[in-house]
Design a protein around this ligand. Structure first.
Ligand SMILES: [Fe+2]
Length: 431
């Protein structure tokens, strides 16, 4: 220590850097180069920054930083001697000082003595591994406890290796080299995976946007053919979103809805009437009531839609989007009491998405102007739907619908009186 030109000898802590020395005695920090005092301040952090930035101490940018923690000064010196021709080495006399330095430096590797006063290496590694910013720094234990239990304990606590003391300098260097290389390869693999994931996510987003646009265009095509007015598709999707969000908020059918993807559900709901594209204009656009034969033909729009989705599924078997779409299409005309179509399913036999779409579709049909009827106001439409509780519709969903009916967005736009037209559910729900 004779090379330290300072009048005080009672230094409590020593940090030695590759190209300089930093000394702490309590709150006062003294920074030395190899021959003279260059800075003095009560604030350690401030001084440490000055040390590197202003005084030009060279922490090499190209060398990997290794932190060597040991309460034995001789071990620090030997370890530093062994590593400093290849690495930037910070030698640290205790675990608590190691944590101080880790707020400013992130070493590529820590060589940590186990048997230290105040805080042992075992305690220190537990703190390191519980800190998100430090947990990925590989730790090699240095110890004179050469029994296999101690070694196992160290490895179980997260150390990557275990070197017995007294250590051989070439072996220490080789082990450090290997673990830094492994860590670099691990990081590079993680970066590669991250970039790959980002690339896939971007591509997926682009495909989803395109898919949504194509489907929206298709749905609008159907809407145009059906002579619907006032953004039927958009309103149906919006109403469904309101019912779904309330359903989640109130925990209605919580088990069944677990894992549902709302975004995909709303997108796929656009296709619920896509089969109408195959219905002839003379039926689809007929201004009056349909004959029985015409009505039977109209009912086929459900199975036309299902076939359309199944064709798409030939290339995309696992598409959740298509699975949702098929359920909406196939079951939106089923009725709670079994009077619907195509399969006359009863009650809970009807998939939940079908039971939901049934309500939304009827509400939307009632409040919309069609070629065979005028629009009715929101309040009347809600009352008509409430009358279908337990006959046409799932009673639980009707209670939900009643509770959130005032949130339905287009009631203000469809407040026309019914012009004494008498509506029954049968007039609108079947189409
Ligand atoms: Fe339909």
């Amino acid at each position: 220590m004779e090379y330290l030109p300072h009048s005080r000898r009672e230094f409590l802590h020593l940090y030695s850097f590759t190209d300089g020395l930093l000394l702490l005695d309590g709150m006062t920090v003294h920074i030395y180069d190899t021959c003279a005092l260059v800075k003095k301040s009560p604030k350690e952090e401030k001084v440490r920054l000055c040390h590197n930035q202003e005084m030009g101490i060279k922490m090499s940018n190209t060398r990997d930083l290794v932190m060597l923690v040991d309460d034995n000064l001789a071990n620090l010196m030997v370890g530093k001697e062994a590593l400093s021709d290849t690495y930037s080495v910070i030698t640290v006399p205790s675990a608590s000082k190691m944590f101080d330095l880790l707020t400013s430096y992130t070493p590529k590797l820590i060589l940590l003595d186990i048997d230290m006063p105040e805080m042992s290496g075992y305690e220190a590694i537990k703190i390191l591994k519980n800190n998100p910013k430090m947990k990925n720094i590989p730790v090699i234990f240095l110890t004179s406890m050469n029994d296999s239990d101690s070694e196992l304990q160290g490895l179980n606590l997260g150390a990557v290796d275990y070197i017995g003391k007294p250590f051989s300098a070439p072996l220490l260097k080789k082990r450090v080299e290997v673990h830094i290389l492994v860590e670099k390869q691990k990081r590079s693999l993680q970066d590669y995976n991250k970039n790959l994931q980002e690339m896939v996510a971007n591509k997926t987003q682009t495909i989803l946007k395109l898919q949504n646009k194509v489907l929206q265009a298709m749905a609008e095509l159907v809407e145009g053919r059906d002579n619907m007015t006032g953004n039927h598709i958009e309103r149906t999707q919006h109403c469904l979103g309101i019912l779904l969000s309330n359903m989640f908020a109130m925990g209605v059918y919580q088990e069944e809805t677990n894992g549902w993807d709302i975004g995909l559900l709303l997108q796929s709901s656009l296709l619920h009437d896509v089969g109408k594209i195959a219905i002839h204009d003379s039926i689809l656009k007929k201004p009056g009531k349909l004959t029985k034969e015409e009505f039977d033909e109209m009912k086929k729009h459900v199975m036309y839609g299902v076939k359309f989705i199944e064709k798409l599924e030939e290339d995309q078997e696992d598409s959740l989007f298509l699975q949702y779409a098929k359920i909406f299409i196939k079951y939106h005309h089923e009725r709670w009491d079994g009077s619907g179509y195509p399969d006359n399913l009863v009650g809970m036999e009807i998939p939940l998405l079908g039971r939901l779409m049934a309500i939304v579709d009827v509400y939307e049909a009632l409040t919309s102007k069609r070629c065979y009827k005028s629009a009715i106001d929101h309040k009347t439409a809600v009352n008509i739907i409430l009358q279908g509780r337990g006959t046409d519709f799932d009673p639980v969903l009707i209670d939900l619908f009643e509770q959130c009916s005032e949130q339905l967005p287009f009631s203000m736009l469809y407040n026309k009186k019914s012009n004494n037209e008498s509506f029954s559910l049968l007039d609108v729900v079947s189409l």
